[in-house]
Ligand binder design. Structure first.
Ligand SMILES: Cc1cc2nc3c(=O)[nH]c(=O)nc-3n(C[C@H](O)[C@H](O)[C@H](O)COP(=O)(O)OP(=O)(O)OC[C@H]3O[C@@H](n4cnc5c(N)ncnc54)[C@H](O)[C@@H]3O)c2cc1C
Length: 284
């Protein structure tokens, strides 16, 4: 199938993007890596009148460390994140996540900003952003603002982005001493969206965890911060019965084409055990 006809504008500046978004409203779509947008056009699930190509806007690119905060520009390709030594050093969770996202050809084009703006509930990057306590940097006519990732994801493919705004970057604090991260997921085939996944960060001292942030994806309309299960892991070994109860309190998965709700809850327990093993394993 071919997409419905649309106009294409290669934006020369952010101001032009804001003008076009204001003028065309819901009839316009921003084009980043195109790895999610173009398939929806081809399948005619979406038929915008105008595509605004933001590739090439320097303000949306680059990886920079300033005052202990890493700013990853929205247009940074997933493959660049995978191969960046700065990301490996200062934000290892993102590096861990990359091989789970589709395949290299898709990661060559797909961007961090596209994934964050799309807010697919089964995607790795939104969950990582919440686990890392990242700030999402957003720009519009009224200037930049930052939104805590925990607040940014609002519901199914729904974010805090206001009309006329774009995601311009993701801000992550450098890890503190002892902080480690881990990611695990179940998918039917490598590269598929996760049936269920877990991104985590914690402080680890002599195999004991504190400040645990467990964020599940593929189990709800948005990334789910599992507070009860995280608290249960603080300072003690896993009590499997208590963990099952805590996960049942944190998660309310719906059945989907891949698994029943009960299977997802069971897999959440398996993933948590694996994540703890990863966290207390070799230092990053
Ligand atoms: C076969 C296949 C398998 C995949 N598997 C996975 C997977 O396992 N895990 C996963 O997470 N992803 C997966 N993806 C999606 C892929 O990671 C996309 O790259 C990502 O979801 C969107 O990024 P993009 O840069 O391609 O965005 P685009 O497709 O260009 O845009 C996606 C949406 O976000 C909007 N948008 C893009 N950038 C911005 C911005 N800066 N500000 C505001 N709005 C913006 C667009 O208007 C559009 O609505 C898969 C894709 C394919 C085709």
């Amino acid at each position: 199938m071919k997409p419905a006809p649309f106009a294409y504008v290669k934006a020369a500046s952010l101001d032009q993007v804001f003008d076009l978004l204001t003028r065309h409203g819901d009839e316009a779509r921003v084009l980043a890596g195109g790895q999610s947008l173009i398939p929806t056009l081809n399948l005619r699930l979406s038929a915008p009148a105008v595509l605004i190509d933001i590739n090439g806007l320097d303000a949306l690119g680059g990886i920079a460390l300033e005052d202990g905060t890493l700013r990853i520009g929205a247009l940074t390709r997933q493959r660049t994140i995978e191969q960046s030594t700065e990301i490996a050093r200062h934000c290892p969770l993102l590096k861990l996540a990359m091989p789970y996202i589709a395949h290299p050809a898709i990661r060559n084009r797909g961007t961090i900003g596209g994934s964050i703006a799309l807010a697919d509930p089964a995607a790795e990057l939104p969950a990582c952003a919440v686990a890392l306590g990242a700030q999402i940097e957003v720009r519009g006519r009224d200037g930049p603002r930052t939104v805590d990732a925990t607040e940014f994801f609002r519901g199914l493919y729904e974010t805090d982005l206001r009309p006329g705004e774009v995601v311009s970057g993701v801000l992550v604090r450098k890890p503190e001493p002892g902080q480690r991260s881990a990611l695990a997921e179940f998918a039917r085939r490598h590269g598929d969206y996760a049936m269920i996944g877990l991104a985590a960060r914690a402080r680890v001292e002599r195999a004991t965890l504190s400040d645990v942030r467990l964020v599940f994806f593929g189990v709800g309309a948005k990334p789910v911060l599992a507070r009860a299960a995280g608290a249960l892991l603080e300072g003690r070994a896993i009590d499997r019965a208590a963990l099952r109860a805590a996960l049942a309190e944190d998660l309310d998965p719906s059945a989907d084409l891949q698994a029943s709700a009960a299977t997802k809850l069971h897999l959440a327990g398996v993933l948590t055990t694996r994540i703890v093993d990863q966290l207390v394993g070799a230092p990053q």
